[in-house]
Ligand binder design. Sequence first.
Ligand SMILES: [Zn+2]
Length: 485
Amino acid sequence: MLKLYNTLTHRKQAFKPISDSRVGMYACGITAYYLAHIGNLRKYVNDDVLRRILQHRGYAVEHVQNITDVGHLASDADEGEDKLRLEADKEHKSMRDIAAFYTNIFLKDFRLINILPPSRMPKASENVEEMLDLIRKLDEKGYLYKTEDGVYFDTSKFKDYGRLTGMGFRQLNESLKAGARVELIKGKRNITDFAVWRLATSHMTEMVWGSPWGKGYPGWHIECSAMSMKYLGKHYDIHTGGVDHIQVHHTNEIAQSEAATGEKVVNYWFHGEFLIVADQKMSKSLRNIYTLQDIIEKGYPPLALRLFYLSGHYRQQLNFTLEALTNAANTLRGTHLFMQRLNEVKSTAKNEDSSEFRKRIAAHKKAFFKALDDDINMPHALAELHAIISVTNSREAEGKLNKSEARSVTRTMLELDEILGLDFDKYANAKKEPLAVEVEKLIQEREDARKAKDFQRADEIRRILKETYHIVLEDTRDGVKWRVE
Ligand SMILES: [Zn+2]
């Protein structure tokens, strides 16, 4: 049984979808005005893993992830100017061009780290009619009021406002007041009130629409409410996002959606933690922001970043260092080499203890999925993956591993990779392996060094093989043998 931590109830809960066969999942998507950094990408890998787990359990997942191309203001607390409008002015381009340009880069990054494409990616600017319908409903029910700059939602009128944060309306307002950082915008009745519609100023020509309240554009929160309910219905299973969206964005989504329909909108709220860099928050001033492109330029394969993300639990902060990424790259290479070596097993000898070996592999596989069922305990699941590799390596070292056993391990590894997304399949049936060639070359070089009595170089190569490739050499009477550890 899959258990997930639900931010709404503040505890782990058994996951039970509304329908037996289908899961509706809405993910707050990108605001397309900047290059994604590795902190952003972590969130999408968290979502991707959740989706793969659900699919592995046999559910058809309807995964909707929006693209925000208008309405997201410079501060998530609903102040300042539209992020895309600012960027368009700065780059002297249209908002549409800015959105298209950055969306393409995001999608390329997603592909490079094996994030499955969402079932739908609706754009905010193409769903404004639905947003206006929702605003109309809220207006009819008396939740809205108008100010000089827009139409606001009165959060004091929504029962249970702030449920997701564990605080009520009053407590939340008081804590924000105490935090002095937030000033009350002119005309706003409560600090927590937010705009569902913003009025355009006279110089705005792009991304503005007519409405009963005047020409303007939608607020960021109403976009997600309207698009999620349009594609998944007014009551659906899962909504995902980063922890930074709990207090404002998601709290406001719940208020709008539920005020409009009178129904509970989402059953499970799934939130992922931040990525930090060398124990510090990523920020421009610290110059510690990395994009996927930066990582690639430093010579790391994109999937090393994916494996690095998987090394931490999604609800815990993850500390990024180049050293940790190097470790992930080495481990990734080790798993790929392992997949290749399984292909090379030729022995057809019958082993009496074959079923015992298979049982051990099956037990680790079971433990892998059991760990994932426990609120996606990926670090534990990865330990089970390494146990499979190590048990198999030991058997090979004993000279026992036969072809049929190797095939069965391959199948198990491929099944685990349905969740991990680390391209094991690309190495499972490869005839000639480029990685193995590289390793063979190093082994030959070590042999030559030994013959020339250059033991220092020979030892150095042994160390490189162990640290970089996880390969352990054994000098036997039949020559050098190697295995992946
Ligand atoms: Zn959202």
